[in-house]
Design a protein around this ligand. Structure first.
Ligand SMILES: O=C(CO)COP(=O)(O)O
Length: 139
């Protein structure tokens, strides 16, 4: 799966149900990706679909956003899906902004709500042809 897309998934507490619904809606597509998530989000995803390949980092307020930002800077993330809660003050607001900033700096496709994430994931998968799939297509 080394040529699989790596997608970072993050959701604030008030948006975690939306993330679970997103993951359930797109389980067949997401099962073809490597997933990286902040701690609590990753736990909810793993509970929702234990078959998904999801690596859990620190919880957002404890450095998880920064870990994903570092992975973006290293070129290890293909896309960021970040369900942001715009109505609740966050103790780690600077980390949230820093993560979004790095996604912009490195021109990573980023969705900040479910409607955009639906479009983004579908487009990403449609445009991604892993070597394995290419071989099958020509077999
Ligand atoms: O706080 C977050 C993003 O800013 C998400 O962190 P958790 O997934 O650990 O709740």
């Amino acid at each position: 799966m080394s040529d699989a897309l790596t997608i970072a998934l993050v959701a604030h507490d008030q948006k975690k149900d939306d993330m679970v619904a997103f993951v359930r809606r797109h389980a067949p597509l997401l099962s073809r990706c490597s997933l990286v998530a902040t701690g609590t989000t990753g736990g909810r995803i793993a509970d929702a679909d234990p078959a998904l390949d999801v690596s859990r980092l620190r919880s957002g307020p404890l450095g998880g956003d920064q870990q994903i930002g570092a992975m973006i800077a290293e070129g290890a993330i293909d896309s960021l899906i970040f369900f942001v809660d715009p109505l609740t003050p966050m103790p780690h607001d600077v980390d949230v902004k820093a993560l979004m900033r790095l996604a912009i700096v490195y021109d990573i496709p980023m969705a900040l709500n479910a409607a955009t994430a639906d479009i983004l994931l579908t487009a990403l998968i449609a445009g991604h042809t892993p070597a394995q799939d290419t071989e099958k297509a020509h077999a």
